[in-house]
Design a protein around this ligand. Structure first.
Ligand code: URA
Length: 242
C-alpha cells in the first residue's frame, strides 16, 4: 500500500462532496489548511498522512505507526485468516486499539512456522523501501536444520540458486556455520519460502527459522515471543536512509 498522492481539490471533493471548482474558492478564502498552514493552491498534492481541515474541522488526520513484533510460531503473517490466528489478532489481544490497527500491513512476511522479527506499519512508502529488492536491505536469520551443514552450503548460497518456478537466480547470500546443525543466513531479498527452498537443494529440511535482523533493526532481546513495541524514531529514520 503506497501513500498515493492526489490533488487537494480531488481529496476535498471526494470527502465532502464539494465540487472541485468550488474548492478553489475555499482555498482563496483561506478556509482549508494542510499540515497547519493555509492551503494556497487547490492543486497541492496531499497524501494519507496530510492533516487536512476545512473551517477548522478535521477531514483527515493519520499518524505514521511502526511496530516491531517478536512473532511466535503458529501465527500467520497476514491481516486476516479464516483458520489461524494472525499477527493483527495478536496485537489486538495485546491491547492495540482497532483504530491503530486499521491500516497496518506487514513489511516482509515470515512463514507461519517461522519466528522472530516482524515489522508492521501503515506507512506504505516505508514498507516499500524495506522490501524492494533493489534497496538491498539485509534480512538475517538463524536456521536450524535436520542434517549436518558443510562448507559446500557457503558456496552454493553465495553463488545463488536458480528457482525454475519463478525463472530467477537468488542474489548472493551469506551463510555462516554456527555449529553442525545451525547457521546464520543473510539474504538481500525475500522470495517465497526462500531459505527452506535453498536448504531444500541439499535435501536438508529446516527445523527452525528465526529472523533476528532487517536492515539496521534488530530483534529486541527484551521482547518475549508474542510481545511487541513501537519502533523508535531513530530505527525508522536509519532504515529510511539505507
Ligand atoms: N525463508 C523461508 O523459507 N521462510 C521464511 O519465513 C523466511 C525466509
Amino acid at each position: 500500500m503506497a501513500n498515493a498522492r492526489q490533488r487537494l481539490d480531488r481529496f476535498i471533493s471526494a470527502s465532502s462532496q464539494i465540487p472541485r471548482g468550488d474548492v478553489r474558492k475555499l482555498v482563496a478564502a483561506r478556509r482549508i489548511t494542510v499540515d497547519g498552514d493555509f492551503a494556497c493552491d487547490a492543486g497541492l498534492l496531499v497524501d494519507y498522512f496530510s492533516h487536512i481541515t476545512l473551517d477548522s474541522k478535521t477531514l483527515q488526520r493519520n499518524t505514521r505507526r511502526y511496530y516491531l513484533l517478536h512473532k511466535p510460531a503458529g501465527v500467520v503473517s497476514a491481516t486476516t485468516d479464516e483458520i489461524h490466528p494472525t499477527v493483527i489478532d495478536l496485537l489486538r489481544t495485546s491491547g492495540v486499539s482497532d483504530c491503530a490497527l486499521k491500516d497496518l500491513h506487514i513489511a516482509g512476511r515470515l512463514d507461519r512456522s517461522s519466528t522472530g522479527l516482524l515489522l508492521l506499519t501503515n506507512d506504505g512508502e516505508w514498507s516499500k523501501k524495506m522490501t524492494a529488492p533493489d534497496k538491498n536491505i539485509s534480512k538475517v536469520y538463524q536456521v536450524t536444520v535436520e542434517k549436518p551443514i558443510n562448507h559446500d552450503y557457503i558456496e552454493a548460497f553465495r553463488d545463488g540458486m536458480f528457482f525454475p518456478y519463478e525463472g530467477i537466480t537468488t542474489k548472493p547470500a551469506q551463510l555462516e556455520i554456527i555449529d553442525t546443525y545451525s547457521a546464520r543466513v543473510t539474504l538481500m531479498e525475500g522470495k517465497y519460502h526462500q531459505i527452506k527452498r535453498m536448504f531444500g537443494r541439499f535435501r536438508n529440511p529446516v527445523l527452525k527459522l528465526h529472523r533476528i535482523g532487517i536492515g539496521t533493526i534488530e530483534l529486541d532481546s527484551t521482547l518475549e515471543s508474542g510481545q511487541f513495541r513501537e519502533l523508535t524514531q531513530n530505527e525508522v529514520r536509519l532504515t529510511n536512509s539505507c
